[in-house]
Design a binder for this molecule. Structure first.
Ligand SMILES: [Zn+2]
Length: 139
């Protein structure tokens, strides 16, 4: 996978998580890496996600992409980052800070209201993202 493709895929994972949190507040998020096939994001939904809800997530992703929301980077003191993700009710992010943030600062990225603990890099804004739906049948 080229670095550019990895950046596109990973940035799209952020947009998917942003869409999911907009539509399903209270969802707990894990990590969202690029993969050889595309990308994924770990979600802990409060209620079971139904297949008919997937088009809503896609539609919200398209709105975020159309709005070309920027990915903005911030460096936060570790304790502030923990407080932020506690306030956002994201316990897995708090755990990740404990496990992965080895120096005094944690890097976060914002896309609209969505906040993620992440080293990046990402696209400059969501408007640079395009196709994200894989229509092939899983094997
Ligand atoms: Zn990221």
């Amino acid at each position: 996978m080229s670095e550019d493709l990895e950046i596109l895929r990973h940035s799209t994972a952020h947009v998917m998580a942003a869409a999911v949190l907009d539509l399903f507040p209270g969802t707990v998020i894990g990590i969202g890496p690029a993969t050889d096939e595309g990308f994924y994001y770990d979600f802990g939904f409060k209620e079971r996600l139904l297949p008919e809800q997937l088009p809503k997530i896609e539609a919200r992703m398209r709105e975020i992409i159309k709005a070309a929301l920027p990915f903005t980077k911030e460096e936060l003191p570790r304790t502030d980052a923990v407080a932020l993700f506690e306030r956002l009710h994201q316990p897995l992010k708090v755990e990740l800070i404990a496990d992965k943030v080895i120096d005094a600062t944690a890097r976060i990225y914002r896309t609209g209201d969505f906040v993620d603990l992440c080293l990046g890099p990402h696209v400059a804004n969501a408007g640079l993202l395009g196709a994200f739906r894989n229509n092939s049948t899983p094997t």
